[in-house]
Design a protein around this ligand. Structure first.
Ligand code: FES
Length: 625
C-alpha cells in the first residue's frame, strides 16, 4: 500500500521547522535527518532509553507501543508525550521538542577570566550633510567622501543597508569597520552595541560564547551535542559520510551551520541583542570540523599521509556560509597545525599561555582523539593519539557522553560502592569520568589485574568487599562488573563494565600515556622536568585526577601539578575574537609547533606496549580508596 505524505511541523524553543514526511521512517529518523534539530538516541531507537521524548500537540499518530507504555508515565501519556523512535504520523502533525533534552542548548559556564581587548573592529559615528538639488552625489559616494573616514570598501551586502540607514538616522550613522572595509552601516549612534560569537566545534559538543567586543565580557554561553552526531560519533565516520553519500559534505555542512546559526539566534534573543549587531564569529575546532563548517572536502585527512585542504587561518563572509549576523559580518577560523592537531588545540595552547612561558608545560586534550602538546616559549612539540572516543563513552557497552543520567562519579568507601549521575537523574549509562573511577577501584581491589584481565567471581581475592563481590558477574561468558541492576535504570538492561570495555580503555590510556612519553623523549627531558600539566576539554574538567593516575592515564610524576582548563578551545576562540594580538599569537603557535606523526614513530610503538599495563602500585600510593 502506498504511504501517504504528511506535513510535519516541529517546534523547539519557539523555532519552527516543517517539512514533508515522505517515507515510512519514524519521527526520530525524520527529526535527525530532515531538520536542523537533533534528538539523542542512546538505545539506537529501540524504545528503551526514553531519551527521544517529544510531545505531539496535534494530529494523528500510530498507537502507543508496549515499549512506550513501560517508559512513559500516565501523566506524560495524557500530555501527548511519545517516544519519537516508536512513533509515525498518520496525518499532518505538530510536535514540540523539549530544548534541553534535545541537546539544543544547555546553559554552560561563562568565561569569567578577564580577556585582553585589542580590537580589530571599530565603530565610528558620522553626521553627513544630506543631499539637495545642488548636491546629487550618490549615497555610496557620500559615505566614502566623509572627512576622516578610513572606509574605502563597502561590500554589496552592506551597500544595500546604506540608503535606509542614512535616511532613518537623519544622516547620522554608525559605521562598523574592519580596517578600511565596512561591515555595517547603522542609523544613529550604535557604538555601544558591538558583539561577536566564539564557537568551539567539538566532534561531540558545540559551544558558542556571546562576547561584548567593547568590554571583553562573556555575556552568555550555549552548548549542545554536535548536530552532525547522527552521521557518526567520530571524525572518521563523518569523513566517510562525505565520501559515500554524494550530498554528504553538503549535509554535514548544513547541519553544523544551522546549529551555529540557531545558537547565535538564541544567544541574541535571550540577551535582547539585535543579531545584526553581531559582527564576527570566530571558530575553533579540530581540522575535520573546520573543513566541514567551511564545506571543504576532508577526505584526505582520513588516510596516510593525512593531508588537509588547509590549516591556515581564514576569514570568509558570514553571508557566504548562510550565517545571519551583520550584513558584512565575517567568520574567522583559527589556524591549525596538521590534520590531527587542529585549531582547537592552537586555541587551547593560547588559552593556557604555555607558549609564552619559560617553564615546560604539558597540555592534554582528551576528547574523541587525544591531542598532546609539550613545550614552552622556545619550543613546542605535539601529537595526536588515536585514543578513540572510549573516554567519551563510545565503544563502551553502557558508555554515554556527559549527558543527564550519565554515571560521572564512582566511589568506594567503607566497603560500599556508590555513584552519582549528571543532574542526579536515574542512571542511563556511564561516561568517561565514571568509567575511569570504576576501573581504578577494580584495579585497586585486584579485580582487574595489571594485564587488564578481569577476574571471575570464583577468582576474587579473599578480602574482596561484599559490594564488589556482588557486582562480579559475567556477560556472554566473559567476566563483567555490574554497577547498576536492571531495575535501577530505564534502559531495560543493567549497566555493566565488561572485560571488552576494560580492553578499550586500556588501549586508549596506553595511547595517551605513550604519546606523552614520545614527546618527552623528543624534547630530551624527564617527566619530572614538566612544571604544569594542563587538562583541556570537558572530560578533563570532570576527570578525577587520582583515578586517572591510578589507571595510568596521567603520569604519576605529575599528579600534583595538574591544572584543569575547562573549555580551553572556547576560551582561546574568545580571546582571538577580542584581540588581534591573540590572533598573532595563534599564528606564532602554529609556526612553532612541531607535529610528530606517531603512526611512524618506533619510540611510540615501544612506549605503547609498555604503557598497556595497569599498575596496582599507583592506586595504593595515592591512598585513593
Ligand atoms: S531512542 Fe527512542 S527510546 Fe531510545
Amino acid at each position: 500500500m502506498e504511504r501517504k505524505n504528511h506535513t510535519l511541523h516541529v517546534f523547539r524553543d519557539g523555532r519552527e521547522n516543517f517539512g514533508e514526511f515522505k517515507d515510512s521512517s519514524n519521527l526520530l529518523e525524520y527529526i535527525n535527518n530532515h531538520t536542523p534539530f537533533s534528538l539523542p538516541a542512546p538505545c539506537a531507537g529501540k524504545g528503551r532509553c526514553g531519551k527521544c521524548r517529544i510531545t505531539v500537540s496535534s494530529g494523528e499518530v500510530t498507537p502507543l507501543t508496549e515499549e512506550e507504555k513501560k517508559i512513559l508515565s500516565e501523566k506524560e501519556i495524557a500530555r501527548g508525550v511519545r517516544l519519537a523512535c516508536m512513533t509515525r504520523p498518520l496525518s499532518d502533525i505538530v510536535l514540540v521538542m523539549d530544548g534541553e533534552k534535545a541537546g539544543v542548548g544547555n546553559k554552560s559556564a561563562v568565561i569569567t577570566e578577564k580577556m585582553e581587548v585589542h580590537p580589530f573592529l571599530h565603530k565610528d559615528l558620522y553626521t553627513l550633510n544630506g543631499p539637495h538639488l545642488h548636491d546629487q552625489i550618490s549615497d555610496h559616494s557620500r559615505m566614502l567622501s566623509v572627512a576622516g573616514t578610513p572606509v574605502r570598501h563597502i561590500p554589496l551586502s552592506v551597500l544595500r543597508q546604506v540608503p535606509g540607514a542614512l535616511r532613518e538616522g537623519g544622516y547620522t550613522i554608525t559605521v562598523c569597520r574592519d580596517g578600511d572595509t565596512a561591515l555595517a552601516v547603522e542609523p544613529g549612534d550604535t557604538r555601544e552595541q558591538c558583539y561577536g560569537v566564539a564557537v568551539d566545534i567539538g566532534t561531540t559538543t558545540v559551544a558558542s560564547y556571546l562576547i561584548d567586543l567593547t568590554t571583553g565580557k562573556n555575556l552568555d554561553v550555549i552548548s549542545a551535542l554536535n548536530a552532525q552526531e547522527i552521521y557518526g560519533a567520530d571524525v572518521i565516520s563523518r569523513i566517510n559520510h562525505t565520501m559515500t553519500d554524494a550530498d554528504g559534505l553538503k549535509k554535514l555542512q548544513e547541519k553544523i551551520i544551522d546549529q551555529i546559526d540557531y545558537m547565535v539566534r538564541i544567544l541574541a534573543d535571550r540577551n535582547q541583542i539585535n543579531r545584526e549587531r553581531i559582527y564576527t564569529v570566530v571558530i575553533a575546532g579540530n581540522t575535520t570540523m573546520v573543513h566541514l563548517v567551511l564545506g571543504l572536502p576532508p577526505k584526505n585527512i582520513a588516510a596516510a599521509p593525512f593531508i588537509s585542504v588547509t590549516t591556515e587561518a581564514l576569514t570568509v563572509p558570514a553571508g557566504g556560509l548562510s550565517l545571519s549576523i551583520a550584513p558584512g559580518g565575517t567568520v574567522y577560523t583559527l589556524p591549525g597545525v596538521s590534520g590531527y592537531v587542529g585549531a582547537d588545540i592552537v586555541a587551547a595552547v593560547l588559552a593556557s599561555g604555555m607558549a609564552e612561558s619559560g617553564p615546560l608545560s604539558l597540555l592534554i586534550d582528551i576528547g574523541t582523539n587525544g591531542e598532546i602538546v609539550l613545550g614552552n616559549r622556545d619550543r613546542l612539540v605535539c601529537c595526536s593519539t588515536a585514543a578513540g572516543p572510549a573516554f567519551e563513552g563510545a565503544q563502551i557497552r553502557n558508555g554515554v557522553g556527559g549527558i543527564a543520567g550519565a554515571v560521572n562519579k564512582v566511589r568506594m568507601q567503607d566497603g560500599i560502592i556508590s555513584f552519582t549521575t549528571i543532574q542526579n537523574t536515574r542512571p542511563l549509562g556511564i561516561c568517561g569520568s565514571g568509567i575511569v573511577d570504576l576501573l581504578s577501584i577494580l584495579i585497586g581491589y585486584h579485580i582487574v589485574e595489571e594485564s587488564g584481565r578481569m577476574l571471575s567471581r570464583g577468582e576474587a581475592p579473599e578480602k574482596t568487599p561484599k559490594d564488589l563481590l556482588d557486582g562480579m558477574t559475567t556477560l556472554d561468558g566473559e567476566p563483567a562488573f555490574l554497577l547498576v541492576p536492571e531495575e535501577g535504570t530505564d534502559l531495560g538492561s543493567p549497566i555493566l563494565l565488561t572485560q571488552k570495555d576494560v580492553r578499550e580503555i586500556q588501549l586508549a590510556k596506553a595511547a595517551i600515556a605513550a604519546g606523552i612519553d614520545t614527546l618527552v623523549k623528543k624534547i630530551g627531558i624527564n617527566l619530572e622536568d614538566i612544571e604544569v600539566l594542563y587538562l583541556a576539554g570537558g572530560f578533563g574538567s570532570y576527570l578525577h585526577k587520582a583515578s586517572a593516575v591510578a589507571i595510568g592515564l596521567l603520569p604519576w610524576e605529575l599528579h600534583d601539578r595538574v591544572h584543569t582548563l575547562g573549555n580551553a578551545a572556547g576560551k582561546g576562540a574568545a580571546m582571538a575574537l577580542l584581540s588581534l594580538r591573540a590572533r598573532e599569537k595563534c599564528e606564532a603557535i602554529r609556526r612553532k609547533a612541531e607535529y610528530i606523526e606517531l603512526s611512524s614513530s618506533p619510540e611510540f610503538q615501544d612506549a605503547y606496549i609498555e604503557r598497556m599495563f595497569f599498575s596496582q602500585e599507583n592506586t595504593k600510593t595515592h591512598n585513593i580508596f
